[in-house]
Design a protein around this ligand. Structure first.
Ligand code: DGL
Length: 269
């Protein structure tokens, strides 16, 4: 099969990475994307590290067979647990997703980080926080939230707030860092619950991907940012382009495709 466009593999445990895929595609629609969600084994966030590494390796092996030019770990948990090891094992560049601690620290003195258990416990997150002494961060591990979101989005339901968003007690924050790509689906609800703005790392991932593969031109990127309403996401023509250029793989390919084209494009952004 001929190769007309750069090929990019995007991986997550389930639907969360679709929010990253949308950001990458919006910024670099000239590439061809392969989205692999491991929904049958999601969530990853409470699993043992060795098991997470094995699952991520399987996904990257699949991308290797396709001949990708780069892979995106659209999963904070996978990035926190094993990106360094995977970079040693695979020949293509691997872009990770990390909680948007640095952007939050630039604007806040006091911020909350919501993350899966594995991400919350990781040395990578600890080191990120240590780089930002001007902001006091509270890290709140959420053992159930990604799984609840995986189910709620599939069933077209909202997340029951008091049950699923963990309480931060009486503490008040200026920002909440969404340290898991699943949480981006409920950005507005999370902002309302904690009473402050949210930060996610998705745009940063897309920018790093574009820079790494030297995709696109500054001009068309700037134009798109100016014209794109963040709350709408895809302009219509981008959605049409995505239909031909985004391929879905893995144990839930039809499901992820339908979530991507029904929920991602118009409801949540
Ligand atoms: N969406 C992933 C993350 O960003 C994984 C969540 C999970 O599977 O627990 O952490």
């Amino acid at each position: 099969m001929g190769k007309d466009f750069p090929r990019i593999g995007v991986f997550d445990s389930g639907i969360g990475g679709l929010t990253v895929l949308k950001e990458c595609f919006s910024l670099a629609p000239e590439a061809e994307y392969f989205y692999l969600g491991d929904n049958a084994r999601a969530p990853y966030g409470n699993r043992e590290e060795g098991e997470i590494c094995d699952f991520v390796r399987e996904a990257l092996d699949a991308f290797g067979k396709i001949g990708v030019d780069a892979a995106v770990l659209a999963c904070n948990t996978a990035t926190a647990v094993c990106i360094d090891r995977m970079r040693r094992e695979f020949p293509f560049p691997i872009i990770g997703t990390e909680p948007a601690v640095l952007p939050a620290a630039k604007e806040c003195k006091r911020a909350l980080i919501l993350a899966t258990v594995r991400t919350a416990q990781s040395g990578r997150l600890r080191r990120l926080v240590q780089r930002c002494p001007s902001c006091r961060f509270t890290v709140l591990p959420c053992p159930d939230l990604a799984g609840e979101i995986e189910r709620a989005v599939g069933e077209g339901k909202g997340v029951g707030r008091s049950v699923h968003f963990p309480s931060a007690g009486d503490e008040r924050f200026e920002g909440v860092v969404l340290g898991c790509t699943h949480y981006v689906f409920f950005r507005d609800e999370i902002a309302a619950f904690y009473g402050c703005k949210t930060y996610d790392g998705n745009r940063g991932v897309a920018v790093r991907l574009v820079n790494r593969l030297n995709l696109g031109t500054a001009d068309h990127r700037e134009t798109r940012f100016e014209t794109q309403n963040q709350n709408i996401c895809f302009e219509k023509n981008l959605k049409e382009m995505a239909k031909g250029r985004v391929h879905f793989l893995g144990n839930a390919k039809e499901y992820n495709e339908s979530i991507f084209f029904s929920n991602i494009c118009f409801n949540y952004f």
